[in-house]
Design a protein. Structure first.
Lengths: 387, 187
């Protein structure tokens, strides 16, 4: 059975060009980039090149890039650095719809005595900007907001917020893991202090990520060890994956236009057809201001896991915000924060596309999904035939 | 899907006895839209108090559908006395086991059945004995103590997996922990 993969916000396929550049560093080119000998030094030079490529994607300088092991590490390192740089400040601002890599460490800090403001969003997933700006005080050590939401694709006005934070002298971090490679990002234009990005969301392998740290920012390392990454992140470099990430960033730059045109058109087609063909289907999130690859759609009176598993029978990979698939008994905190109605919150499906997707993929979903929803509604006690 | 038994997959993909029943003798409902799963059970009962037919309507995940389907298959041919003794474990066993986090789906089956039998016998649902612990899922301390003892649960997570208690707002988690600890120290 052919697999139709539309779960690219979860992870992406490693691009063949990326894998090809990585392979020698698993075998013959195994040197340690920190070594004195030129056998290791040659690997070190490739790490330097990867750093330049990652920096270029977001218009940063190479020495502003720290390689890490995952988006979660980048996020945790950013929080750690901001608090260490402002030991006297006890307040942090974030949103109510952040990824667990921000949400959970900040909730922990709250228990340890920090004051954390979770700025709410409206029913379209848009930030309460007035409340955000009112919350910024002299005591605020950090504002951390995601560039784009992983579940709905809704984009926050990061440039405007970063400028405001800079005026107030507050450090600003953005978790841009979902935005990088999908929308243009320029850290000179949007003056963020720190930015997290992750390899496996942009066709590099899992286990490699980066944190952008603006030049001049006092950075204390989260992972304390050797002198790697200019003393800012201990641990021998994950050389092959870092080199892969470099190539993936180059490819991401090349694909930005395609993402905004062809992939966006595929997503829009899918959305339009599903809403036309399936009664009581609602798109979640600000339609005018979303990532071009993401569709979050809710179906009344059916449950997400059941939808996913029936789609799985047809080779379609997607994900759901329903309680039964989230590993807890609660529906996604993002959809709850947006107050998505209970009738459809358990029946939400996220399709997230990449440049690998085709029109044939969309056609397959459009043919498969309506009968799947109908079948589940036929056995649902909450579905009224007349609806 | 990968952690479900073949029997669960089969009953999810090919559910038995789906649909509303014409003129049922008893109906039992449990769950709600807000908790993410719900089951409506319909029974035909003959003059000898034997269940001659059972159908269901279910909103929920694969294991909820499979548990409902299994329940209707188990019930057909049983007397009400036999049915009243049915437990959630019987449903889970019939399906070759359920993942721990999905045990509450089998509990849902047991509850719907209990409600159907009570409705048939005209038994008014009395206020549950004990003290309410989990407001979200309407679970009392006595129910938690019972589940912990019977199933040898030893953590809040176990209790949540079996009863859903603590899986909603989370306000009662400390209380559940106390109950689990006190049952363990008694044991």
């Amino acid at each position: 059975m052919k697999i139709v993969y539309t779960d690219n916000n979860a992870t992406t396929r490693v691009a063949p060009e990326v894998l090809e550049e990585m392979l020698p560093y698993f075998s013959e080119l195994y040197g340690n980039p920190s070594s004195m000998h030129s056998f290791g030094g040659n690997v070190g030079r490739e790490i330097t090149r990867a750093r330049e490529r990652v920096a270029a994607l977001i218009n940063a300088a190479p020495d502003e890039i720290i390689f890490t092991s995952c988006g979660t590490e980048s996020d945790n390192a950013a929080i750690h650095a901001a608090l260490a740089a402002n030991p006297e400040k006890r307040h942090i601002i974030t949103s109510g719809v952040e990824h667990p890599a921000i949400k959970n460490p900040l909730e922990d800090l709250e228990k340890k005595g920090y004051r954390v403001t979770f700025v709410p969003v409206d029913d379209k997933g848009r930030l309460d900007m007035a409340l955000l700006y009112e919350s910024m005080t002299d005591d605020t050590a950090l504002v951390s907001l995601m560039w784009a939401n992983n579940e709905t694709g809704v984009i926050f006005p990061i440039k405007e917020i970063a400028q405001r934070a800079a005026e107030k002298g507050i450090l600003f971090h953005t978790d841009a893991v979902q935005a990088v490679g999908k929308v243009p990002i320029d850290v000179k234009d949007a003056p963020v202090d720190m930015l997290s990005l992750s390899g496996h969301k942009i066709h590099a392998p899992k286990g490699v990520a980066a944190l952008y740290v603006k030049k001049g920012l006092k950075f204390s390392s989260f992972l304390n060890g050797g002198h790697q990454e200019n003393g800012r992140r201990g641990g021998t470099e994950n050389t092959a994956s870092i080199i892969g990430l470099g190539r993936a960033c180059e490819l991401a730059t090349e694909h930005l236009t395609e993402m905004d045109t062809r992939v966006r058109a595929l997503r829009d087609f899918l959305e339009t057809r599903l809403v036309e063909l399936i009664p009581a289907a609602t798109v979640n999130g600000d339609k005018g201001n979303r990532l071009p690859n993401t569709l979050n759609i809710g179906f009344t009176a059916v449950e997400g896991e059941s939808i996913l598993l029936l789609m799985d029978q047809a080779g379609i990979c997607a994900s759901s915000g329903s309680a039964c698939t989230s590993g807890s008994l609660d529906p996604s905190h993002v959809l709850m924060a947006m107050e998505v109605p209970l009738e459809s919150v358990h029946g939400t499906i996220r399709f997230s596309l990449s440049c690998d997707n085709t029109q044939a993929d969309m056609d397959h979903i459009v043919t498969t999904l309506p009968p799947v929803i109908q079948r589940l509604r036929d056995m649902s006690p909450f579905w009224k035939q007349e609806e | 899907m990968w952690e479900y038994s073949d029997k669960v997959k089969d009953h999810f993909l090919n559910p038995r006895n789906v649909g509303q029943m014409e003129a049922p003798d008893a109906v039992g409902e449990t769950g709600s839209l807000s908790c993410g799963d719900a089951l409506k059970l319909f029974l035909k009962i003959n003059e000898n108090e034997r269940i001659t037919d059972a159908t269901f309507m279910t909103f929920g995940c694969a294991s909820a559908v499979a548990s409902s389907s299994a329940l209707t298959e188990i019930l057909k041919g049983m007397t009400l006395t036999e049915a009243a003794k049915l437990t959630n474990d019987d449903i889970a066993d019939y399906l070759g086991g359920l993942p721990k986090a999905k045990m509450h789906c089998s509990v849902m089956g047991q509850n719907a059945l209990k409600n159907a039998i009570n409705a048939y016998k005209g038994i008014q649902i009395m206020e549950k004995p004990g003290t309410m612990v989990c407001e979200c899922f309407d679970i009392t301390d006595l129910e938690i103590i019972d589940a912990v003892k019977k199933n040898h649960l030893d953590s809040v997570e176990d209790v949540t997996a079996y009863l859903k208690a603590g899986g909603g707002c989370g306000n009662c988690i400390d209380k559940i922990e106390e109950i689990v600890d006190s049952v363990k120290t008694q044991a």
